[in-house]
Design a protein around this ligand. Structure first.
Ligand SMILES: NC(=O)c1ccc[n+]([C@@H]2O[C@H](COP(=O)([O-])OP(=O)(O)OC[C@H]3O[C@@H](n4cnc5c(N)ncnc54)[C@H](O)[C@@H]3O)[C@@H](O)[C@H]2O)c1
Length: 358
């Protein structure tokens, strides 16, 4: 089997936490090149990985012959130009969320990747939580009946600390909306389907974070109507004091349908709550073993912290799609679909009105 060469563009937090350990579990994969605009971060990654080909310019990396695929883990404003350059070089691309700064850019990325016949994937990592995968399976089978409501809540306590590029509109595009709610918009699409219209509000509660200007929202809420008639309520905050900052803080999604309800909490990776219509209340069900890892993943679900290790299946899905020349799940189209909702939410908040989705 030919080894697949991967270039990592952006060697910061998420590369160290998710991408490198995920790739390490994939057979016949080699990280062949590294890129980061920050020389010290690049040097640390070089020492950590032993990869000698490194540059502070992505243009030097994305067309190399020893690179088959590129992972983009940089601030949001750079995703589109780097992805388009990689696609022009004929490389497969796994890009972090949010895919771009606008739906126009995200759709252009998806169209370019399709036209070049390369694999493309959006890092909606929480689709890989075993309980979410099982819930998506149950919803596809119609276990909830006719969906009535979708509800999601992401509550974290980030306080007033400086968020770096994440608090600057021209670098991040949106605040809590892209950073956290984009995943839960993707859940909504996965579990219930496309939205018809929405009304949203965003709020910047701290215009200064440790003395540095912040022009992005700390809180966002969306009220949505789905094409199938279901309603959606989505809320996300960085200022839910006392709830803790990490991914262990509340990440909750619930679907109520004509037959049953299902409740998902990321922290309970191997459990769902469910209740039948007219029944005595919610009960907890275990996730079947075959859902504990992504199909074909070599990961041992019993090894390591399950709230961390489910993320490694994302790299497996990308590599497996490249090997088998099939579409990745989730793809750039899923990323673009979430971006369309995000654009509509920003617009709705600006004009204080409902916005229809195409
Ligand atoms: N999927 C998830 O669950 C998840 C979790 C965290 C972050 N993210 C996403 O990953 C991306 C990176 O986030 P992070 O937390 O790792 O940020 P980070 O700031 O820790 O790392 C980003 C790195 O990119 C480098 N960089 C900036 N511009 C660059 C360029 N033009 N070329 C090469 N390198 C460049 C920076 O120097 C930095 O080292 C963001 O889009 C973020 O939304 C996704």
């Amino acid at each position: 089997m030919k080894s697949i060469g991967i270039a990592i563009i952006g060697c910061g937090g998420i590369t160290l936490q998710n991408h490198l350990p995920g790739l390490a579990l994939c057979a016949d994969v080699r990280v062949t090149a590294l890129c980061d605009t920050d020389a010290a971060t690049l040097e640390r990654a070089r020492q950590q990985t032993g990869v000698t080909t490194a540059s502070t310019r992505y243009e030097d990396i994305v067309s190399r012959d020893d690179v088959d695929a590129v992972i983009i883990a940089t601030p949001n404003f750079t995703h589109a130009p780097i992805a388009l350059a990689a696609i022009r070089g004929g490389k497969h691309v796994l890009c972090e969320k949010p895919l771009a700064l606008s739906a126009t850019d995200a759709k252009a990325m998806a169209a370019a990747a399709d036209a070049a016949n390369v694999r493309h994937m959006t890092a909606f990592t929480y689709r890989f939580v075993p309980a979410m995968r099982y819930l998506a399976h149950l919803m596809k089978q119609g276990a909830a009946g006719q969906p009535y409501h979708y509800r999601s809540c992401r509550l974290q306590d980030w306080g007033t600390r400086n968020l770096g590029w994440r608090q600057v509109k021209k670098l991040a595009g949106t605040g809590e909306l892209g950073d956290m709610l984009s995943h839960r918009i993707d859940f909504a699409h996965l579990l219930v389907g496309p939205m018809r219209r929405l009304v949203a509000q965003t709020k910047v509660l701290h215009a200064l974070r440790q003395g540095a200007p912040s022009d992005l929202e700390d809180w966002v809420a969306i009220l949505a109507e789905f094409q199938n008639g279901a309603s959606g309520v989505l809320e996300s905050s960085k200022l839910a004091s006392g709830r803790n900052e990490s991914w262990r803080s509340l990440d909750y999604a619930e679907v109520n349908g004509s037959e049953a309800s299902f409740v998902f909490i990321t922290g309970e990776w191997n459990k769902l709550q469910t209740g039948k219509a007219g029944g005595p209340g919610l009960e907890t069900i275990e996730i079947p073993k075959e859902f504990h890892t992504w199909p074909g993943s070599p990961r041992d679900p019993g090894a390591g912290d399950p709230l961390v290790t489910f993320r490694y299946d994302q790299a497996f899905e990308f590599i497996d799609a490249i090997r088998n020349q099939r579409p990745c799940v989730p793809s750039f189209h899923d990323g673009a679909r979430a971006q369309t909702v995000m654009d509509a939410a920003v617009h709705s908040s600006e004009i204080s009105q409902w916005v229809n989705l195409a």
